[in-house]
Design a protein around this ligand. Structure first.
Ligand SMILES: Nc1ncnc2c1ncn2[C@@H]1O[C@H](COP(=O)(O)OP(=O)(O)O)[C@@H](O)[C@H]1O
Ligand SMILES: [Mg+2]
Length: 245
């Protein structure tokens, strides 16, 4: 394919390796997130999904390979630089600052944004998450699990990212809230932000995503358009409770 046929992806990960001590956790992971895409990474516990997200965010070191965001190499840059270049993460397990207020959590997410841009972004995030507006001066630790997840995503959106990484946003939440989270993901994409989504809820993830990658043992073992993965017997048997479900 020529360069004209395939515009530069927003995120390009090329043979990324991550080592922890002597252990190789990620092996030659390659993937792409196009502009305005929702891409999902699926796989059982412990296969390396969170390690991948942390390497993309600059929290873990890449020991080999390349990562580029809009053509700019970002592997092993400090996290705050990666955020400033347009990549923000809502980490696994929510990790809001419990003893700080909702507003203080959102301010932290805004990083270096100041003045009018900050005010405008806060306004947009609170429009999206009405529940946070009502709780701005409450301690984050007093929020319900679903509200904490909204705060975690809202905090990442305060950085005005071009690419949002979501690590298991629906984990442990009630079905009604899970539905809201998936609707939220679709609505964030509609505003032009691309999303890389890690999920245990394979059915939900493949419904909202365009394209998916399946990881096993720190490697990508299968990839394809979401609709195709949904019908793939390997995905159905391992993650969707077998055929007929
Ligand atoms: N900080 C760390 N130090 C050592 N091993 C780690 C660390 N983080 C993750 N691992 C190991 O890396 C593997 C992948 O973990 P993780 O990326 O959390 O998987 P997933 O998110 O897919 O459940 C696991 O075997 C885990 O024990
Ligand atoms: Mg994980």
């Amino acid at each position: 394919m020529s360069a004209v046929d395939s515009p530069q992806p927003l995120l390009q990960v090329d043979r990324l390796g991550v080592r922890m001590g002597v252990q190789q956790i990620l092996h030659e992971v390659s993937l792409e997130v196009p502009e305005r895409g929702i891409i999902t990474v699926l796989g059982a516990n412990g296969v390396g999904k969170t390690t991948l997200m942390r390497a993309l965010s600059g929290i873990y070191r890449a020991s080999s390979g390349q990562i580029s965001l809009a053509g700019e190499p970002i592997a092993n840059l400090p996290s705050h630089r990666i955020v400033a270049l347009g990549l923000a993460q809502a980490p696994e397990g929510r990790q809001v600052f419990s003893n700080m207020t909702v507003r203080e959590n959102l301010v932290l997410g805004a990083g270096a944004l100041k003045g009018l841009v900050f005010e405008q972004t806060l306004h947009e995030v609170l429009e999206r998450f009405g529940v946070l507006r009502q709780r701005l001066s409450q301690q984050a630790g007093s929020l319900s699990g679903g509200e904490q997840q909204m705060l975690c995503i809202g905090r990442a959106l305060m950085a005005r990212p071009r690419l949002l990484l979501l690590d298991e946003p629906s984990l442990g939440l009630a079905p009604k809230i899970v539905k809201q989270i998936f609707e939220l993901i679709a609505s964030i994409r509609a505003t032009g932000t691309s999303i890389l989504l890690v999920e245990q809820n394979v059915r939900g993830a493949l419904k909202v995503a365009d394209f998916g990658y399946v990881m096993e043992g720190g490697r990508i073992v299968l990839e394809g358009p979401a609709a195709q993965l949904r019908d793939d017997p390997r995905v159905r048997d391992a993650y969707l409770g077998g055929a007929g479900h």
